[in-house]
Design a protein around this ligand. Structure first.
Ligand SMILES: [Zn+2]
Ligand SMILES: [Zn+2]
Length: 319
């Protein structure tokens, strides 16, 4: 079994690209980089690699166990079945879409994924801002169907690594638009800027990893408009460059809410969308968008389908 994680081989490329973008920013967009923010993002990248090594063992053990129950068998030389690779890559990207969508719709999973969104800047270093606490969300369970289909855990891990590497370059403001055909099928800087935006019109959209078609298929696609400045980050900004606060703030917030809530609402603070509160004292992204729509007096394309876009919690979340 080929034992390698493709992401680590891409690190030199990441470093060179970040430095190149820093030079571009110095000349063209000085606000794109903030040194303290970049340092936090890099620490996130480093820490998530360590956390993955420490906590990833449990997921791997589970996958190897599940692999014993596979429906299809690609044989002992599964890696030589060439067509299994693209099929696995596409299915893994579909899995990524759903795990990412759940990461925005279930507060328990958002407590980890928020790390990727908490920078108010959008540059290549933001791509390296990966969570330390991903294993605590059990998001890896989304990959079990792929294992049961017969894809070897190593093949899934390699496809997942390539997926992550692809997502690196889309974290930039240096590229406005790719060719039209590319924008139609692939996730791009333009589509992913929308995903990182806190502007009401953009909240909870464009969850894609590599192929933007999933968002178009499942009703969560929003194109970038050129006449509105994007505000990056999260609805309630961190307001600090403290690394440990950046890592754990949402876990602390969620556990505090659960502790304080009446018994019958405790579970909802774990499983419902970020911003939900039992007394309506806070705002979900649904509420924020509704307010915005009332203000601008138009109905945005997503408005009518908002209520039935959440298959898990039945409502919307703040991102
Ligand atoms: Zn996200
Ligand atoms: Zn991103």
């Amino acid at each position: 079994m080929p034992d390698f994680n493709p992401t680590q081989y891409a690190v030199p490329l990441f470093v060179v690209a970040v430095l190149a973008e820093m030079i571009w920013a110095k000349l063209r967009a000085p606000e794109a980089y903030e040194p303290r923010d970049t340092l936090v993002s890099l620490a996130f990248g480093l820490g998530s690699t360590v956390a993955g090594a420490l906590l990833g063992g449990f997921a791997l053990t589970l996958f190897i166990k599940a692999y014993d129950y596979r429906i299809f068998d690609f044989g002992p030389q599964w890696w030589a079945v060439w067509w299994a690779w693209p099929v696995c890559f596409v299915l893994d990207d579909l899995k990524y879409y759903w795990v990412h969508r759940a990461g925005h719709r279930i507060r328990w999973m958002w407590a980890s994924h928020v790390n990727h969104h908490s920078s108010q800047h959008y540059n290549l270093s933001t791509a390296l801002r990966q969570s330390w606490t991903g294993a605590l969300t059990f998001g890896f369970l989304f990959a079990v169907p792929l294992v049961l289909l017969g894809f070897h855990p190593a093949m899934i891990a390699i496809c997942g690594g390539l997926n992550l590497i692809y997502q690196f370059w889309i974290h930039t403001e240096a590229i406005r638009r790719m060719p039209r055909w590319f924008e139609a099928v692939m996730n791009t800087p333009s589509h992913h800027r929308v995903h990182h935006a806190t502007n009401p019109r953009y909240l909870d959209t464009n969850y894609a990893g590599v192929f933007i078609v999933w968002d178009k298929l499942f009703g969560t696609f929003t194109p970038e408009v050129d006449d509105e400045k994007i505000r990056y980050g999260i609805v309630k900004q961190l307001g600090s460059f403290n690394l440990l606060w950046a890592v754990f703030h949402e876990w602390i917030g969620m556990l505090t809410d659960i502790w304080r809530a009446p018994w019958k609402h405790k579970l909802s603070y774990l499983l419902r969308e970020p911003g939900w509160s039992h007394d309506g004292s806070r705002e979900t992204s649904d509420m924020i968008r509704a307010k915005w729509q009332a203000r601008v007096g138009t109905v945005a394309p997503l408005a009518t389908s908002v209520a039935d876009r959440n298959p898990i919690a039945g409502e919307q979340e703040a991102a």
